[in-house]
Design a protein around this ligand. Structure first.
Ligand code: FPP
Length: 225
């Protein structure tokens, strides 16, 4: 039986969830943040799941209206400060991926603080992808490695990426079937699950169902059975 040791999620559909209820899009992000907490807590209680990587803000999300971007930054800052206690209670280590140098100094400080305070936790590793894009991540790795002597091996490349771990199960909520520049290297052999559920409606029950299906998939990694 497959084990979903590393689960990655594209949390899509916050805006549509809010708009369907006649609310402002930001209300969808607020509701989405609650689901982040619920899913993280669930994963931290699972024996099998070691890593949960969540796409919280992409390198392309800057194109959104200024007020929405500002709201997302504030929400993230509040989330991290408020959830520190929950991370510690659940023994969750927080590890951001992405190029956070583009964020305000105060948000960078919050991110570094939560990372430091949870660095001793040895349960689930929750990675939030922040100003993350797989192409940007790969280009940064190439620039780091370009002056190395000799050939670059896949292991060297992988170890230079922000996220150094292959994904087992990649889930996208919100109905679209694309990867949107998320973990393109690490998801090379990931099983992909797409659900129409909008992120604020996603639940631990649905995650459990997806994991059960994943457990039964035959993974061959390019080989034969
Ligand atoms: C997509 O919804 C979601 C995002 C742009 C970011 C995800 C953000 C959250 C889940 C909330 C904050 C997260 C944390 C960790 C505090 P969308 O706006 O693209 O939805 P739409 O496709 O319906 O417009």
């Amino acid at each position: 039986m497959n084990q979903a040791k590393h689960i990655a999620i594209i949390m899509d559909g916050n805006g549509r969830w809010a708009e369907a209820q006649g609310k402002k899009r930001i209300k969808g992000h607020e509701a989405g943040a609650k689901v982040v907490k619920e899913i993280t807590t669930y994963c931290s209680n699972s024996q099998d799941i070691e890593r949960l990587t969540l796409y919280a803000f992409s390198t392309e999300n800057w194109k959104r209206p200024r007020l929405e971007v500002e709201f997302l930054m504030k929400l993230l800052d509040n989330y991290l400060k408020n959830e520190l206690e929950v991370y510690l209670e659940n023994n969750v280590r927080f590890e951001p991926i992405g190029d956070i140098r583009a964020f305000s100094k105060s948000l960078q400080k919050t991110i570094a603080m939560v990372q430091k305070e949870t660095s001793h936790c040895d349960g689930l590793i929750q990675s939030l992808a922040l100003n993350y894009g797989a192409q940007d991540e790969m280009i940064r790795a190439i620039n780091t490695l370009k002056n190395q002597e000799g050939d670059i091996t896949p292991e060297m490349f992988s170890n230079t990426l922000d996220c150094k771990h292959d994904v087992d199960l990649l889930i996208r909520t919100g109905g679209d079937k694309r990867l949107s520049n998320f973990l393109l290297w690490q998801a090379a052999y990931a099983e992909l699950f797409f659900t129409n559920t909008l992120w604020p409606d996603f639940s631990t029950k649905e995650l459990e169902k997806i994991i059960k299906k994943f457990n039964k998939v035959e993974r061959r990694f390019g080989g034969l059975k």
